[in-house]
Design a protein around this ligand. Structure first.
Ligand SMILES: C[S@@+](CC[C@H](N)C(=O)[O-])C[C@H]1O[C@@H](n2cnc3c(N)ncnc32)[C@H](O)[C@@H]1O
Length: 294
């Protein structure tokens, strides 16, 4: 599909613009999102060709702002097709309804979501601190027997879709949707209960790390930590994330092991999204009051 689209557009767009279009092209259900070209005539041309080639696409939007704010949303402008922003997306045998304008969503994290789900063991209690419409939580609950996933998000619209997605995927009772700031929710309801905590919000992961640790059982557990990292060609972005996190954990007096670090994707020139699986070996008792070690 992408090859034939590229061929169709190659007469009207420069190679550089074509590369920009294809590196930013996301398909979420029947909605396509592109970030380039910024020239509106060219963008409409690309959008129309996308609709010709991808018969299942009903709307094409141009992303006109970076992902921003607490809810991690983006501004979109309709280029072609229907002006509707709710899509149904399939991943790992699950169905997710999402409003792509009012909630964060990226199909580019699909491999990572499955990777995490596959690490969870039966009977584990998991906390997803930044759950969005519930993809990590629901895939995990669907695949792993007897898991309980507390699934938190601060965005009321994402929470609404998360609740719908829990019902549609028949994981009601296994995934518990919680609306609020993850720090407040964990401190008031989820101290010392988890085998595993997911932190898929790079912008807040370091600040919320003490809260995440306080959610683990006293014998310890796993933290899945996400980061954005700048790295030159001589530098390893995983090592930079490890250094930052090691400093924080050491300052908190936590015993830990870094089990696995990885680069999930490039997010711009010399910028990377990284992930770190951290084994926390037992939690000091003062961790239940996270304010005491900030
Ligand atoms: C990068 S998205 C991750 C979404 C999800 N994990 C996924 O794979 O689609 C981060 C999410 O964290 C939520 N968020 C931001 N600050 C938060 C906070 N303090 N507590 C709970 N959720 C928060 C945002 O609303 C957003 O849905």
């Amino acid at each position: 599909m992408r090859k034939s689209l590229k061929k169709k557009l190659s007469n009207s767009l420069s190679l550089e613009t074509l590369d920009e279009v294809f590196s930013s092209f996301d398909l979420i259900g029947d909605i396509a999102i592109i970030k380039a070209p910024s020239n509106s005539n060219a963008a409409v041309l690309v959008a129309k060709q996308i609709m010709v080639i991808h018969k299942g696409v009903n709307s094409v939007f141009l992303q006109t702002s970076p992902v921003h704010g607490d809810h991690r949303i983006r501004k979109l402008t309709l280029l072609a097709g229907k002006n509707k922003t709710v899509a149904t997306y399939k991943e790992a045998g699950c169905l997710f309804a999402v409003d792509i304008e009012k909630c964060y969503f990226s199909p580019r994290l699909s491999y990572e979501r499955l990777h995490i789900a596959c690490q969870v063991l039966p009977n584990e209690t998991v906390i997803n601190m930044f759950a969005g419409v519930g993809c990590f939580s629901i895939i995990t609950a669907k695949k792993i027997p007897n898991t309980k996933v507390y699934s938190i998000d601060i965005n009321p619209t994402a929470y609404k879709f998360m609740k719908e997605n829990i019902l549609v995927n028949k994981v009601f009772g296994k995934v518990v949707p919680l609306l609020g700031d993850a720090k407040d929710v964990v401190e008031t309801q989820l101290q010392g209960v988890a085998d595993r905590v997911l932190m898929p919000l790079p912008e807040k992961a370091l600040e919320y790390l003490p809260v995440a640790i306080s959610a683990l059982k006293k014998e310890g557990g796993w933290i899945h930590y996400y980061d954005f990292q700048h790295a030159t060609t001589e530098e390893d972005p995983r090592k930079k994330t490890e250094k930052k996190v090691a400093e924080k954990l050491t300052s908190l007096g936590i015993h830990y092991t870094f089990a696995h670090g990885r680069v999930i994707r490039s997010t711009g020139p010399y910028w990377y999204q990284t992930a770190l699986d951290i084994r926390v070996n037992g939690c000091p008792s003062n961790l239940n009051n996270t304010n005491s070690f900030r």
